[in-house]
Design a protein around this ligand. Sequence first.
Ligand SMILES: [Zn+2]
Length: 84
Amino acid sequence: MSTRDRNDPNYAVTAALEEWTRDWELGKTFLHCRHCGTLQTFHGGGGGQPFPAHKDKCLIGKRDKHFPLYELRAALDTLSPMTP
Ligand SMILES: [Zn+2]
């Protein structure tokens, strides 16, 4: 990766998305914890709820309540628009 790439305003977004993707898989109608396999579906406004309980041995389940979709949204909010 070049210095120019690291100075790109969207580099931080890419890094945030890479980090998010390590823990989460976004499906068409669900969100999936890559560590324990717990699913949160989008039906019934589920995306606005905390992520359901992870399985006992899940590493990220030991952290505080999660709102992974909000984290994803926050990362995307910092994305700079493409200029032609
Ligand atoms: Zn989990």
